[in-house]
Design a protein. Structure first.
Length: 262
């Protein structure tokens, strides 16, 4: 099934984007030419087998890696280096252990030289949004894994970027916490209106979160199919037992029947 996304304002555009790494043993192709567009406010989730180039793709969109071919445009501008209007969340929260929660959230404000007092209130508002009001003075080691990842999400949002890039953000969490974080992330995205590009190995997670799911091939990766997820929002965990949900996960899983993906 090939998606035809509703006409909207494009935020991220990839045109023939490929990546090849050079090693002492020669060239290693990571991504074959990839073409797709992400519209404003969309929640896009990418699934694919390990090593197919998902993280490479995310890093190129963020301006952290140059493509070997093709062009990436964000809000109409060609990406040649990291840019301000993006927040990135990785699988590990990567919080500084010697800084309290509020200090960790404020890190991008300091790095980007933004007015501290103005953004301090935004940081406090974000912590309240994710249910961490009252934890501002705690250290990361005093928080659970799920709470640490909420802090990481606040840190990525504090400078009010239009785009959120998320690389397996809940992969290290236990199953129950991961489900709760999926519900939480959906709510945050709905309330903030951010454009989200998320990578996961979990097909149920992809279907639960996404407006569209991009399915990638094994390495060198490219987009094999795009599925529109026409399920009502807001989504609750009851959706996991919905026949329409099960049908979508089975369709996507069929792409990976021999790869062992969840």
């Amino acid at each position: 099934m090939v998606s035809s996304a509703a006409a909207a304002s494009p935020v991220i555009e990839l045109d023939g984007v490929s990546k090849t790494y050079v090693s002492p043993d020669g060239e290693i192709p990571s991504l074959k030419p990839v073409d797709f567009t992400i519209n404003e406010g969309e929640f896009i989730v990418v699934v694919g087998p390990s090593g197919c180039g998902k993280t490479t793709l995310l890093k190129m969109i963020a301006g952290l890696l140059p493509p070997s071919g093709g062009e990436i445009r964000v809000q109409g501008h060609v990406v040649t280096k990291p840019y301000r209007d993006v927040g990135i969340v990785f699988q590990s929260a990567l919080l500084l252990p010697w800084r309290r929660v509020l200090g960790n959230v404020m890190m991008p404000v300091e790095v980007k030289g933004l007015p501290a007092e103005e953004y301090r209130q935004r940081a406090l508002d974000l912590l309240k949004l994710v249910g961490l009001e009252g934890f501002e003075k705690k250290y990361p080691w005093q928080l659970s894994g799920g709470m640490q990842q909420r802090v990481s999400i606040c840190r990525a949002l504090v400078h009010d970027p239009k785009i959120m890039l998320m690389d397996e953000p809940f992969g290290a969490l236990d199953a129950m916490t991961r489900e709760r974080m999926n519900v939480e992330l959906q709510r945050i995205q709905r309330e903030t209106g951010k454009t989200v590009f998320l990578i996961t190995h979990s097909i149920p997670e992809a279907v639960f979160l996404a407006d569209r799911v991009l399915v990638m091939t094994p390495r060198p990766g490219t987009v094999a199919a795009v599925y529109d997820i026409d399920l009502p929002r807001p989504r609750t965990l009851d959706l996991l037992s919905n026949p329409a949900f099960a049908e979508l996960t089975q369709k996507i899983r069929a792409h990976f029947s021999d790869s062992g993906i969840d």
